[in-house]
Structures are given as structure tokens and as C-alpha cells.
Write a protein that binds this ligand. Structure first.
Ligand code: ATP
Length: 559
């Protein structure tokens, strides 16, 4: 391949520095992404992004086989082993071993960056690293090293595959370098056109092997619509395509466009997590599902629902608030109201607990907030329900952790919508059991602050009635009223627990549950409720209630 031209050393065996066949790995990556296997996709992307400059051929092969393994068996532990192995790769070592071993060349030190190395040599290294090599000098420095007599060059390996190899010009070769035998110049003949063609063909065939498509992939690439019927899973930023004919057009409006600009700098893993876990796809909630709370319902209807439905009418002074606050004891229906707003406005409902931003996504909370709002903006109209918002927007103190402060700042930036236009249809619904802990900035932004109290007698009656309507029971209207009176001070969630406990009564009376049919289980009766009342106690104390009432009088939205 190279002619020594009588030189004792100085030319480089290119095979040794063609460390990474970037093209092949790219091809493989693309074939993975067509395969809708998210695990291997993300892993290969991660490896690719982190190591694209640092891999040798052996490692690359390892990655390819590991990727295939992960692709075949996504739940295999190999993904972890693979990742930790990669983190042990020393790019410098790989780089050093790829350099020519000339006895007048001295590697003097690692320098500047982890992928740069200082080389001191009497040879003209420009000749070592001619155009055909993949090593490009970053910059030159005057040598500080007494052993060196030449320039010190810093090299950054950029591993691209030389497609057609050229001989080194003899006139530029460097004299007086003795090259150890194992690194001897490759003395294969200079490639003819035919040999170059052969090599090109071999390369293409390798690429073809790497980009081999399964029957399913081939079908999908020739007929993308077939994806609908094949039940392929989605990639992080991909649109959901309904298998129902004609449903696709309807969805175009609701789903974010693939590759939406607003998601450009957002981590795909976070987008996927938000799409899968934070978007609430539960059953829609209607106003009639929420017992009592008439005041809160009418304020929300007017201030939030109508404007989200008719943004053209609610402009200027009528412009809706960006955020509302629902405060009150636990289990009183705050989440239910958030869901109901989203259902009424046909909006996407994002539900997240603020405390999880500081605990579950340690170190990533800030990014998560940015991702959440970016995805929500792609799904407009959208309702972002932030439970326990006090843990995110509590009054600042000296002891406040830097990470929490950053999350809070990011939230306020996103909330104010500095990056977006005025016409966005995004509502933040904050919920808290500790409104007194919110700081001024948060209070000011959540302009409508609605007290969600414990259910009154009528509301408790309605909750019991609604829940029992789905069960076999023998309670009369009077029985239900009696039970409603007896559970004064219970939250909606407590009333639900009471009903669930009562519903266990008929089952507990059974002697042999295995042999009885479902229709033989007796209906729930009022005695079951009396027993349940002994077991299920209210979860909210009178003292707590006093605090809410006081805060409501000061900051709440009056009746
Ligand atoms: N007003 C209500 N009408 C009907 N059901 C209610 C009502 N309040 C509470 N519930 C019942 O209690 C359950 C819990 O309510 P929800 O999660 O909305 O309370 P929350 O106020 O958000 O509680 P937390 O503050 O603990 O998050 C609901 O799923 C529902 O079954």
C-alpha cells in the first residue's frame, strides 16, 4: 500500500490509525433507529455521542455486537455492563497505541484535553501524518522538552476512514528514523484503480451487511403507512399514529410535530418519560364527578375553561391567568379538578409532583422543568398540574439548596413564558396542602387562589351515592344520608376509603371464597358502613382546617 522508498521509517501504516469506521457505525445507528427498539437506540446514541472521537476498531466491534445483543434482548443486563465497560476506555491509550513508533519520537505528556497528546520528534511529523491520515495537528508549540529537538505538535485524533489510500511522496519522507519491525511500513503495492474498486465494493458490502433490514423494516421503509397496522412502538419524539383509519387527521392537531423545534435541545429520554409517565391518559373527568365545591367550579369555568376553549374572545383584559392555585386539606379533590379542567378544555393533562423534581430527578430537576414545559407547549392546549407546589416554590431561605434554587428559577422563567408568544394555551394548576409556605413570587403569579375545603353534607352524600351506584347495595336514601352525617370531617378521599372498607364487609362474611360465585356475594348494607366507620377515621384535624380558613381570608379568591 505504501512504498518505503528506501526509508527506514517515518511512514505510517494507516490501518493502525483507522480506528473507527465512523460511517459504518453511523449506518448501524440508523438501522437501529429504524428498529423501534428504544433501549438499544438510546444506548447506541449515548455511546455514539460520548465516544465518537475515542474508539478503536476493536471497541467499535464490541459496541456493534453489544448493540445487537441489546437489540435481541433489551432486558438483558448487558446494557449496563456495556456502558460501564465503555466508561473504562482510555482514549489516550488507544490514541498512543495508534501512533507510529519512531525511536526519535517521544511522547512527552498528555496535554490540554484528554484526547490531545504532545509529541516531540526530530522527524517532520507532517510527513507522518499526511493528508491521508486521520490525525490532524491541533496547533504547534515551541518545545519545552530538552529531549526534543523539533517542534511539539498537539494532535487530536479524528477518526475518519480514508477511502482511497495514496502513496507517500518519497521526496517528503523523513530520513534517519529507525522504525521497529512490528510497526514497519506496509509494503503492499500502490493500489491500482481496480484494487481501489475492489476495496470500495468490499466496503459497500460491509455497509450493506450492517444496514441489513428485517422483512418488517423493509416493508415499513417502502410503505410507511404499514406502521399503523404493525403496532410499532414510538420513538421519543415520534407522533402516535392511530390504527383507526381517518383518526390520523384528527390527531394531527393534538400531537406535536415530529422534530418540533421547541424540543430541539431537550433530552429525548426526558421527552419520552414525560410522554409516558407525566401525561395523564386516564378517563376524562366531568364537573358532575366532583361533589360540592360549587364556588371553585364556577370560578374555574369562567376564568380558565372558557378562555382555553375560546382564546379569541378572552384577549386583553379578559386574558386568562397563566396559573391558578388550589389549596386545602389533602384528599379534597384538587387533582380531580385539575383533570376536569383538562377534560373540559380538551387539553393534554400533565401531572407531576413538585417534590419529585427535587428528589426523583436529583440534579436533573431543572432540565426536567424545561422539558416539561417544552413538551406541554407542543401539546397545546395543555394543563400542567403541579402537586405539592409548595415544595418547589417555598419561601427562599439561607439554607436553600443550590439545586432547588435553580429548579425554582427555571420554573418561574418557564411559567412567565419568556420564550413564547402571548397566545399560548397553557395553564399551570398548582396544588398545595401548605399554602402558607409559598413565597411571594409564587403567590403573585398564581393569581386565582381557590380554597378546596372538606366536602359538606351534600357533597359527602353525593360521593357515597356515586360510589355505591357502581356496586350492589341495599342502602336506602335515608341510610345514605345517615352515613353522610356520621362522616362529618372526612375528606373526599376519606369518604372513598370508608365506602371501600364497607364494600369489604360482604366478602369478609364468606367462609370459603374459592367455591362461591360472584353473584352469591351479598349486597353491601348499612351495617357494613357502621363497622367501617369504626375503622376509617378522618385524616384532617380541626387545627389544620383553621390555618386554611385563615390563609383563605387573607389571600384566597373570595366567594
Ligand atoms: N369533591 C370530590 N368529589 C368526588 N370525589 C372526591 C372529591 N374529593 C375527593 N374525592 C375522592 O378522593 C380521591 C382523591 O382526591 P384528589 O386526589 O383529587 O385529592 P387531592 O386534593 O388532590 O389530594 P392531595 O392533596 O392529597 O393530593 C379522588 O380520586 C376521589 O375519589
Amino acid at each position: 500500500m505504501y512504498q518505503s522508498q528506501g526509508m527506514s521509517c517515518n511512514t505510517l501504516n494507516l490501518e493502525n490509525i483507522t480506528l473507527l469506521d465512523k460511517f459504518s457505525l453511523q449506518e448501524y445507528k440508523e438501522s437501529l433507529s429504524k428498529s423501534s427498539n428504544i433501549t438499544s437506540n438510546l444506548l447506541s446514541k449515548e455511546v455514539w455521542d460520548k465516544n465518537t472521537n475515542n474508539l478503536d476498531e476493536r471497541t467499535m466491534n464490541y459496541i456493534l455486537s453489544a448493540s445487537k445483543e441489546v437489540l435481541k434482548n433489551p432486558n438483558n443486563d448487558i446494557s449496563n455492563t456495556w456502558k460501564s465497560d465503555l466508561s473504562n476506555i482510555d482514549p489516550l491509550r488507544i490514541f498512543q497505541s495508534s501512533l507510529p513508533n519512531c525511536d526519535k519520537c517521544t511522547y512527552i505528556e498528555t496535554n490540554t484535553t484528554s484526547t490531545s497528546i504532545g509529541i516531540s520528534c526530530q522527524c517532520d511529523y507532517n510527513q507522518h501524518y499526511n493528508d491521508n491520515t486521520s490525525l490532524k495537528p491541533l496547533h504547534r508549540e515551541s518545545s519545552q522538552d530538552s529531549r526534543s529537538c523539533g517542534e511539539r505538535l498537539l494532535f487530536k485524533p479524528t477518526f475518519t476512514r480514508p477511502r482511497v489510500k495514496r502513496p507517500i511522496d518519497a521526496s517528503k519522507s523523513v530520513p534517519n528514523c529507525n522504525r521497529p519491525s512490528e510497526m514497519d511500513v506496509d509494503l503492499k503495492p500502490v493500489p491500482t484503480d481496480e484494487a481501489a474498486d475492489d476495496e470500495e465494493r468490499a466496503h459497500k458490502s460491509n455497509v450493506a451487511k450492517i444496514t441489513f433490514k428485517t422483512a418488517k423494516e423493509a416493508l415499513l421503509s417502502s410503505n410507511p403507512a404499514a406502521r399503523r397496522t404493525l403496532g410499532a412502538s414510538r420513538k421519543a419524539q415520534a407522533k402516535f399514529i392511530s390504527p383507526m383509519l381517518g383518526a390520523q387527521e384528527k390527531q394531527e392537531l393534538a400531537e406535536p410535530a415530529v422534530g418540533d423545534d421547541r424540543l430541539r435541545n431537550i433530552d429525548p429520554k426526558m421527552i419520552e418519560l414525560i410522554e409516558n409517565e407525566i401525561i395523564d391518559k386516564g378517563t376524562p373527568v366531568g364537573w358532575e364527578d366532583i361533589a360540592g365545591l360549587e364556588h371553585a367550579k364556577s370560578v374555574i369555568q369562567e376564568a380558565v375553561v372558557w378562555p382555553l376553549l375560546r382564546p379569541d374572545i378572552f384577549t386583553g383584559l379578559r386574558r386568562p391567568p397563566r396559573g391558578i392555585l388550589l389549596f386545602g386539606p389533602p384528599g379534597t379533590g384538587k387533582t380531580l379538578i385539575g383533570k376536569c379542567i383538562a377534560s373540559q378544555c380538551k387539553a393534554t393533562f400533565f401531572s407531576i409532583s413538585a417534590s419529585s423534581l427535587t428528589s426523583k430527578w436529583i440534579g436533573d430537576g431543572e432540565k426536567m422543568v424545561r422539558a416539561l414545559f417544552a413538551v406541554a407547549r407542543c401539546h397545546q392546549p395543555a394543563v400542567v398540574f403541579m402537586d405539592e407546589i409548595d415544595s418547589l416554590l417555598s419561601a427562599r431561605g439561607d439554607s436553600e439548596h443550590e439545586a432547588s434554587r435553580r429548579i425554582k428559577t427555571e420554573f418561574l422563567v418557564q411559567f412567565d413564558g419568556t420564550n413564547t408568544g402571548e397566545d399560548e394555551r397553557l395553564l399551570v394548576v398548582g396544588a398545595t396542602n401548605r399554602p402558607q409556605e409559598l413565597d411571594d413570587a409564587a403567590r403573585r403569579r398564581l393569581v386565582k387562589r381557590l380554597y378546596i375545603p372538606l366536602p359538606g353534607l351534600e357533597a359527602r352524600h353525593q360521593i357515597i351515592y356515586n360510589l355505591l351506584s357502581r356496586e350492589r347495595h341495599s342502602l336506602s336514601s335515608n341510610d345514605m344520608r345517615l352515613v353522610s352525617e356520621q362522616c362529618e370531617g372526612y375528606s373526599g378521599a376519606d369518604v372513598r376509603s370508608l365506602c371501600a372498607e364497607a364494600a369489604m364487609g360482604p366478602v369478609r362474611a364468606l367462609t370459603d371464597i374459592t367455591s362461591i360465585s360472584a353473584s352469591q356475594v351479598r349486597p353491601v348494607n348499612v351495617q357494613d358502613f357502621q363497622s367501617a366507620l369504626q375503622r376509617v377515621r378522618p385524616s384532617v384535624s380541626q387545627d389544620d382546617l383553621g390555618q386554611y380558613v385563615k390563609w383563605n381570608e387573607t389571600y384566597g379568591h373570595g366567594a
